[in-house]
Ligand binder design. Structure first.
Ligand code: C2E
Ligand code: MG
Ligand code: MG
Ligand code: MG
Length: 289
C-alpha cells in the first residue's frame, strides 16, 4: 500500500512540475510578445521630504497589463531576469524616467530626481555608463538627477557590477541601496562605493509601531545614514503614525501609499498640480473661478 501511495505521490509530483514548467514557459512567451509590442510601461511613485512633504523625486516602477495590479512585478520580473530580457528594459526605464522628469520641469518642478531600479543583470550590461550618458544627453537631464536603486546583493554580485556602479557614481549618478537591511548586510560596500541613499526596506516600516526591534533597526539605519552624510528613505509608509515615528527618528525622505501610490505620468502631473493630493481638481476649479 505504501508503495502504491508513493507511486501516486510521484505521479502527482511530476505532473505538478510539468504544470509549473509549462506555466513558466507560457509566461516567458507572453513577455517576449509584450516586449515586441511595447506593452511594458512605467508608473511613478513620489518621494517626499519627511520634514515638509516637499516632493524631491520619483521612482519608476515597471508595469505590465492594464492596471496597477494586473500582473505583479514580483511574478514577471524574475522571468525577465532569468531570460535576460530585463536588459531590454533598461533603456526604456531611462527614457521614460527622463520624459517624466522633463514633464515635471515644464510645470515648474525643477531640480527633482528620478530613480530607476537595476537588477544585477542590468548593472552588468557592458557600457551601461555610455548608454545612460547618451539618454541623459538626449533629454538634457543632469547625472545627479538620476538615481539608480540597487540591492545589497546586486552590488556584491560580481566585478562587472562593481565597476559599473563605481563608474556611474564617479560620473555623478546617484546610488541608492534598495531594500536596505534585507540583503547580505555587509557594510563594506558603504566604504567602497559612493552611496547617496539607504532605502529602508518596507518590512521594517510595516512593524515600526508594533515591534520595538524594528523601531531599533530603523533608528539605527537612519543614524547610520546621518553619520555617513547620506539620505535615509523609508519605503512603504502607509499611515500617519508610521510617518510621525519616522520623522521623530530623523528620517529624511518618505515614500509609500500614505503619500501616493505608483501612478501613470498623467496621473502624476495631476497629482502635483493638485499640490500632492489625488483628487482636488473640483476644489481647485472653484478656488480659481
Ligand atoms: P522596490 O524597488 O523596493 O519598489 C517598492 C515596491 O513597493 C513597489 O512594488 C511599490 O509599488 C511598493 N510600494 C510602494 N509603497 C508601498 C506601500 O505603502 N505599501 C505597500 N504594501 N507597497 C508599497 P512593485 O511595483 O510591485 O515592485 C516590486 C519590485 O520589483 C521593486 O521593489 C523592484 O525591486 C522590482 N522592480 C520594479 N520595477 C523594476 C524595474 O524597472 N527594473 C528592475 N530591475 N526591477 C524593478
Ligand atoms: Mg526600488
Ligand atoms: Mg555620488
Ligand atoms: Mg525596495
Amino acid at each position: 500500500a505504501a508503495k502504491e501511495q508513493g507511486k501516486g505521490a510521484f505521479h502527482f509530483f511530476t505532473s505538478e512540475l510539468q504544470r509549473v514548467a509549462s506555466e513558466r514557459l507560457a509566461l516567458e512567451q507572453q513577455l517576449r510578445q509584450a516586449i515586441e509590442r511595447a506593452e511594458l510601461y512605467f508608473h511613478f511613485q513620489p518621494q517626499v521630504r519627511a520634514a515638509d512633504s516637499r516632493l524631491v523625486g520619483i521612482e519608476a516602477l515597471l508595469r505590465w497589463g492594464r492596471d496597477e495590479t494586473s500582473v505583479s512585478p514580483a511574478r514577471f520580473i524574475p522571468v525577465l531576469e532569468e531570460t535576460g530580457l530585463i536588459t531590454r528594459v533598461t533603456e526604456q526605464a531611462l527614457r521614460e524616467a527622463c520624459t517624466a522628469l522633463k514633464a515635471l520641469e515644464v510645470r515648474g518642478l525643477a531640480d527633482l530626481r528620478v530613480a530607476i531600479n537595476l537588477s544585477a543583470r542590468q548593472l552588468k550590461q557592458p557600457d551601461l555608463l555610455g548608454q545612460i550618458q547618451s539618454v541623459l544627453t538626449t533629454y538634457e537631464v543632469r547625472a545627479k538627477q538620476l538615481e539608480v536603486e540597487i540591492t545589497e546583493s546586486t552590488l556584491l554580485d560580481d566585478a562587472q557590477c562593481q565597476t559599473n556602479a563605481a563608474q556611474l557614481s564617479t560620473h555623478g549618478v546617484r546610488l541608492a541601496i534598495d531594500d536596505f537591511g534585507t540583503g547580505y548586510s555587509s557594510l563594506t560596500y558603504l566604504k567602497r562605493f559612493d552611496v547617496d541613499a539607504l532605502k529602508i526596506d518596507r518590512s521594517f516600516i510595516a512593524d515600526l509601531l508594533l515591534d520595538e526591534d524594528d523601531a531599533q533597526i530603523v533608528g539605527a539605519v537612519i543614524g547610520l545614514a546621518q553619520g555617513l552624510g547620506i539620505d535615509s528613505v523609508a519605503e512603504g509608509v502607509e499611515d500617519l503614525a508610521q510617518r510621525a515615528r519616522l520623522e521623530s527618528l530623523g528620517c529624511d525622505l518618505i515614500q509609500g501609499y500614505l503619500i501616493a501610490r505608483p501612478m501613470s505620468l498623467d496621473e502624476l502631473l495631476t497629482w502635483t498640480g493638485n499640490g500632492g493630493s489625488p483628487d482636488k481638481s473640483d476644489v481647485m476649479a472653484r478656488d480659481q473661478g
